[in-house]
Design a binder for this molecule. Structure first.
Ligand code: CS2
Length: 503
């Protein structure tokens, strides 16, 4: 049977006449029958496999009608998502893959989509609308303009400077420009501020969002800044679901196996987790009904964040940069190499785990074992270039804090240094076989210039103040270990060096 184009009209037929496998479809009301209580900035694969899936379950199983999602794209490249979703009534398919097989379900939680470059005012108006209670974000680390060294807003950044200009108040570029404009309007209209809910992979993501937005607002209007500071809410959260980039083969497989024609499905793993602080300024959906861990204590969220960022994302970095230099393409392929497999396990067990706090009810060894299984999942085809993307926002979050703490308590960190050294090598964009690859990073030019100037010495790269604090640069033990790893990788390549870092 020819695949059916995903659309409201075809939904029931898709459910009843799917190909080899059954497909679940939304049977809840959408469109004007629901309110769009969440405006989400940055609709990529992760959002569509995570928050939107939780909201879909609330709508499907619990009759939720006040928190459908309006997606927002701020970047020119978001035009592709606008067109894909727009062509299929904002429906899309989530394909979960594991050894047990593939399961597909159609998600209807995204009710509409606004592309800011088309109409910036429409985005501000939507955020300011009384039905909007939450503005959620997956804008990646670089979207926060956070200076890792000073912990302040990069207020001199040209994008921020542009948005601070009163002439651009109704046509901003950055997330903070939009949030500010919409909040100022709500203030003027006597509404409550919406909750700003970061779903990005950053330690203290909520607190950072608060600090950055308040700093931005202070530079615009102290009264609004004060209102945000006292009335606003910025929950911290740990978010987790491995979501590779969708490939052409994924679309074909969906058409062949499930008879669905979807311009942009999402492939993901069965596992999903979200731990969020219960801090909301203007109400929230009953997330706990669909398995979200909503916790009262910010300290608890921070512990979960720390575990996840340092164990999961840190290990991804350990597979990503060295793996790509060694010529691998996918995470599971790197895991199939016995030396890499041991390396990642030993890095987690011997260097990362000892620095982490105990969380009541969490068995950290079980957590690490589950991670190994998730990394080994061959069915999701998680691409190393995805893992390596935007490293300047990742390594300072996922690897450097473990090194800094290990220095402090005099614990081992040579494997972590190997990963940092591999990244320093990676920024040159040439693998161990001499093949060039694309380095996708907002700081690429600066990183490459420093890497060239520094050769096998780390000092030049470590002098980038927005990424690395001063402490690392002056620690002899760290400098010795990272220099050694850089020299070894330069001389022998990753695959010959790696065994030296495995017991
Ligand atoms: C990955 C994450 O991009 C990365 O560095 O480690 O996208 C990872 O897949 C997610 O955080 C999993 O929750």
């Amino acid at each position: 049977m020819a695949p059916l184009k995903l659309s409201n009209k075809n939904l029931s037929q898709i459910a009843s006449t799917a190909g080899e496998h059954q497909v679940q479809v939304p049977t809840y009301q959408r469109g004007d029958a629901v309110k769009e209580g969440i405006v989400h900035v940055g609709v990529g694969g992760f959002h569509r496999a995570h928050l939107a899936v939780y909201v879909d379950q609330l709508m499907q199983k619990h009759g939720e009608k006040n928190y459908a999602i309006c997606g927002v794209g701020l970047q020119p490249f978001d035009a592709a998502m606008r067109d894909a979703l727009g062509s299929q009534d904002h429906l899309y398919t989530v394909i979960e893959r594991s050894a047990k097989g593939s399961f597909a379900h159609v998600v209807g939680a995204i009710n509409s989509y606004l592309f800011a470059p088309d109409d910036r005012e429409a985005v501000i108006a939507k955020m300011a609308h009384p039905d909007t209670h939450i503005v959620s974000l997956t804008i990646t680390e670089s979207g926060y303009y956070y200076n890792e060294n000073t912990h302040e807003l990069q207020s001199e950044h040209p994008d921020i400077q542009y948005d601070l200009d009163p002439a651009h108040e109704t046509a901003p570029r950055t997330t903070f420009g939009f949030l500010y404009a919409a909040l100022a309007r709500r203030h003027q209209q006597g509404l409550k501020p919406f909750t700003v809910m970061s779903c990005d992979n950053m330690q203290k993501n909520g607190s950072i969002t608060r600090h950055m937005l308040e700093s931005f607002a202070r530079l615009k209007n102290p009264t609004i800044a004060e209102w945000i500071a006292t009335q606003g809410a910025f929950p911290n959260a740990m978010v987790d679901r491995i979501t590779p980039q969708t490939s052409a083969a994924d679309k074909t497989a969906l058409a062949d196996k499930f008879s669905i024609e979807d311009s942009w499905p999402v492939v993901t793993e069965p596992f999903m987790q979200w731990v969020i602080e219960d801090q909301f300024a203007d109400g929230r959906p009953p997330f706990e009904k669909v398995g979200v861990q909503v916790v009262k204590n910010v300290h608890d969220v921070e512990q979960f964040e720390k575990h996840k960022l340092r164990l999961l994302n840190g290990s991804h970095s350990a597979l990503g940069y060295p793996g790509q230099l060694a010529g691998f393409q996918y995470v599971h392929e790197v895991m199939e190499n016995p030396t890499f497999n041991k390396f990642v396990w030993q890095m987690m067990q011997d260097e990362v785990k000892p620095l982490l706090p105990d969380i009541p009810g969490v068995d950290i060894d079980e957590y690490c074992k589950t991670l190994m299984g998730r990394f080994e999942n061959p069915t999701i085809m998680d691409q190393l270039p995805r893992i390596c993307l935007n490293a300047s926002g990742k390594i300072p979050q996922f690897i450097m804090p473990s090194i800094a703490e290990a220095i402090w308590v005099k614990a081992p960190f040579r494997r972590l240094c190997f990963v940092a050294a591999a990244w320093f090598r990676y920024v040159n964009g040439i693998d161990d076989a001499g093949n060039k690859f694309q380095v996708d990073d907002p700081m690429r030019d600066e990183l490459q210039a420093k890497a060239r100037a520094g050769g096998t010495k780390p000092h030049e790269l470590l002098s980038i103040k927005t990424l690395f604090g001063d402490d690392l640069r002056s620690d002899e033990r760290f400098l010795k270990q990272i220099t050694q790893a850089m020299e070894e990788i330069d001389r022998d390549g990753i695959l010959k060096t790696l065994p030296k870092y495995v017991d």
